[in-house]
Design a protein around this ligand. Structure first.
Ligand code: RAM
Length: 351
């Protein structure tokens, strides 16, 4: 059983550790789109056009390196051609040019984590009109711009696990701030809304005093952390619901006098956070398995290309080792539940 479908617990730890050992080596990534000749050859020789291209929010983020690793493994199992393209910066419309190029090249599917729910819609719909299947994963677009959304976990669950951790660490009282990714990111914005709801419902003594945006840029996130500490001298905790943000914030805190005084949690990768858990900067954070997320998204794209599913509620398909999935409301698929990482389990994970 994979982490994504397991309840939080030791069984999930063991399952993910086992999954990590089975990882396929490396994934190709680069700034250029795949060549037109590659896609054309695939289309001519394969029964279905299984040229599947991943388009993350930006390149150079270990989270997306891992999701692409899963995508690449799944596309290999499908007998297709994997590629990854993407912008250097996670700007709202930065993905448009890549989508347009992939449409000209006639790939079979685009698997995209959106920087903005609306800015890439026209391009995605032009791709779909040209016969390309569009799967969003990680960060969705408006539903009318894609065939399917592969969601890592419910927004409520992702919000609650982060609020639970910070509440535990600051004695359920005091000022907190959020260091997010980009201001338009669909996923972070929906988690932030749910965190506000959760605070209002269950944590009357915690006050969210600020939300700032590091744009999933390491240096900007580092600088924003410094700014938060300067602007809010009574700050008790920071939640960073982005792997880039939490790693940069941890690096800042680890050498500042706020280390151990201002709590930090959010969503991080174990490999980026290990040293900060071990040096006491961070006690606990959360995430899902990005490799499984990419793997599931690629299988979903393959099922759409082959016509096994259309993306309507109730459609079923099998995603290799992850098993069978059923399309839910709004043409979405759920991977599983978030998982908590701390000093007792972090060495069991390698992503
Ligand atoms: C960053 C990205 C991604 C998000 C993770 C948690 O890598 O913003 O979209 O899901 O953090």
């Amino acid at each position: 059983m994979m982490l994504g479908k397991s309840p939080m617990g030791l069984r999930a730890v063991a399952a993910l550790a086992a999954t990590s050992l089975l990882l396929a080596a490396g994934c190709s990534s680069g700034g250029a789109a795949p060549s037109a000749s590659t896609s054309a050859t695939d289309a001519a020789s394969a029964p279905a056009n299984l040229a599947i291209t991943f388009l993350p929010k930006n390149l150079g983020n270990p989270y997306f390196d891992t999701s692409s690793k899963g995508g690449k493994a799944a596309v290999a199992e499908l007998g297709g051609t994997f590629a990854e393209v993407g912008p250097a910066k996670a700007a709202p419309d930065a993905q448009v040019q890549y989508i347009d190029t992939l449409t000209q090249q006639g790939v079979g599917a685009i698997v995209v984590s959106a920087n903005d729910k609306a800015a890439i819609c026209d391009s995605l719909n032009a791709a779909r009109e040209a016969g390309i299947k569009v799967v969003t994963f990680d960060s969705d677009t408006n539903p009318e711009c894609r065939d399917l959304y592969v969601n890592q976990a419910t927004s409520e669950g992702i919000a609650k696990v982060q609020i639970d951790i910070i509440a535990d660490q600051i004695g359920d009282a005091g000022e907190i701030a959020i260091l997010s990714a980009s201001a338009n990111a669909t996923n972070q914005n929906s988690w932030i809304e749910m965190m506000k709801t959760e605070l209002a419902a269950s944590h009357p003594n915690i006050k969210l005093v600020d939300t700032v945006y590091g744009d999933d840029d390491d240096q900007k996130s580092f600088d924003k952390t410094e700014g938060l500490l300067q602007s809010h001298p009574n700050l008790k905790g920071i939640i960073s619901p982005t792997t880039v943000g939490i790693a940069a914030a941890a690096r800042y805190l680890s050498t500042s006098k706020a280390k151990g005084k201002v709590a930090l949690t959010g969503l991080g990768t174990p490999n980026q956070m290990r040293e900060y858990v071990k040096d006491g900067t961070v006690a606990e954070f959360a995430l899902w398995n990005p490799e499984d997320l990419g793997f599931l998204a690629a299988y979903a794209a393959g099922a759409l290309i082959k016509g096994e599913i259309t993306g309507k509620e109730g459609d079923k398909f099998t995603a290799g080792k992850l098993g069978e999935y059923t399309v839910a409301a709004d043409s979405s698929i759920l991977l599983g539940e978030p998982y908590k990482f701390n000093k007792d389990n972090i060495d069991n994970f390698d992503f």
